[in-house]
Ligand binder design. Structure first.
Ligand code: PBG
Length: 323
């Protein structure tokens, strides 16, 4: 044998030398659920180890994460039912607790990177990402609402806007609204290939944001489709997205890889709530080693081509590699 691949695996130092993929807390974005009120840290029952936080309890948590090297956070508001309406008006209301929290987090941790979600569902009485009329999700009525929401978030100090709604043309209207109002520095990470997935369940529990009727299949992508992701990515790229996201991550590693090969901007992947809940459940039953499973999952998403990963494992991973 003149070729023996095992020679490059014979010691830990050699393995490290030829390692093709690296993974550190700098690659992770930590999704966090925020609730109005004081002294709240409520565990999400279908997503153990994740909480709905009030701002006062969240600030020290963010500080802890920052000290572990996790600097980017995607913050989701958990909105009271009475504040929801058909046009998601609370998303840009003057007294919105979420926008106020963004201001305070940014003031306290100027070196953090804060990302937001732009879609109507947490604020909508219909629980859909877009405006609903006679059971249909109306694309073009939704666009100005998304633009208003984005602008309010930019005014509060958000660094990256994350449109997750899958309406056609949203990146363009959001980019225009930001630029026309002096926010040309605010980035857009668009949920480009977002699939109509079974893996969002725990997230919808956390925010109580499940659709009141119907499903999201007329706007989120069909899990059977891959080539269509190229079309979505091309549109978002042309409309001015700075980064393209694939969501979920694990069932869609091929899509991550494809976008990585075809687009010259950063690719990110959302390791979603259901993917994470499976690992918690299996490791709690003793079927999986939690640390090893988390490491392998995050590494595989990076290997597929993701630059950044949104994951509920962020803090645990950062703690794990400290040890
Ligand atoms: C809202 C949104 C969802 C997620 C992120 N943003 C839910 C959905 O589209 O129904 C899911 C994230 C997760 O499951 O972790 N548009």
């Amino acid at each position: 044998m003149n070729i023996r691949p095992r020679r490059n695996r014979k010691s830990s130092a050699i393995r490290n030398l030829v390692e093709e993929t690296n993974l550190g807390p700098q690659h992770l974005i930590y999704p966090i659920f925020l609730k109005d009120g004081k002294n709240i840290k409520e565990e999400v029952s279908s997503l153990p180890n994740n909480y709905r936080w009030s701002l006062d309890r969240l600030l020290p948590e963010i500080e802890e994460c920052m000290n572990l090297g996790v600097q980017t956070f995607d913050i989701f508001p958990c909105v009271d039912e009475v504040l929801k309406d058909k046009i998601a008006s609370y998303s840009y209301a003057e007294d919105n607790f979420y926008l106020e929290a963004i201001r305070q987090i940014k003031a306290r941790f100027p070196e953090s990177v804060l990302m937001s979600d732009v879609a109507m569902d947490p604020y909508s009485s219909d629980g859909h990402d877009g405006y609903v009329e006679n059971g249909k999700i109306i694309n073009d009525t939704t666009l100005p609402i998304l633009a208003k929401m984005s602008l309010a978030q930019a005014q509060a100090g958000i660094d990256i806007i994350g449109p997750s709604d899958m309406m056609d043309g949203r990146v363009r209207v959001i980019r225009e609204a930001l630029d026309q109002n002096g926010f040309s520095d605010v980035s857009i990470m668009s949920y480009t290939a977002k699939y109509a997935s079974a893996f969002y369940g725990p997230f919808r529990d956390a925010l109580n944001s499940a659709p009141k009727s119907g499903d999201k299949k007329t706007y989120q992508m069909n899990p059977a489709n891959k080539r269509e992701a190229l079309l979505e990515a091309q549109l978002d790229f042309d409309e001015g997205a700075d980064m393209l996201m694939v969501k979920p991550a694990l069932c869609y590693l091929d899509v991550i890889h494809m976008l990585r090969e075809n687009f010259p901007i950063p690719i990110t992947a959302y390791n979603v709530s259901g993917e994470c809940a499976m690992v918690y459940a299996a490791s709690k039953s003793g079927y999986l080693n939690y640390d090893l499973a988390v490491y392998e999952i995050l590494l595989s998403i990076r290997r597929a081509g993701a630059d950044g990963i949104l994951t509920y494992f962020s803090k645990d991973f950062a703690q794990m590699i400290r040890k």
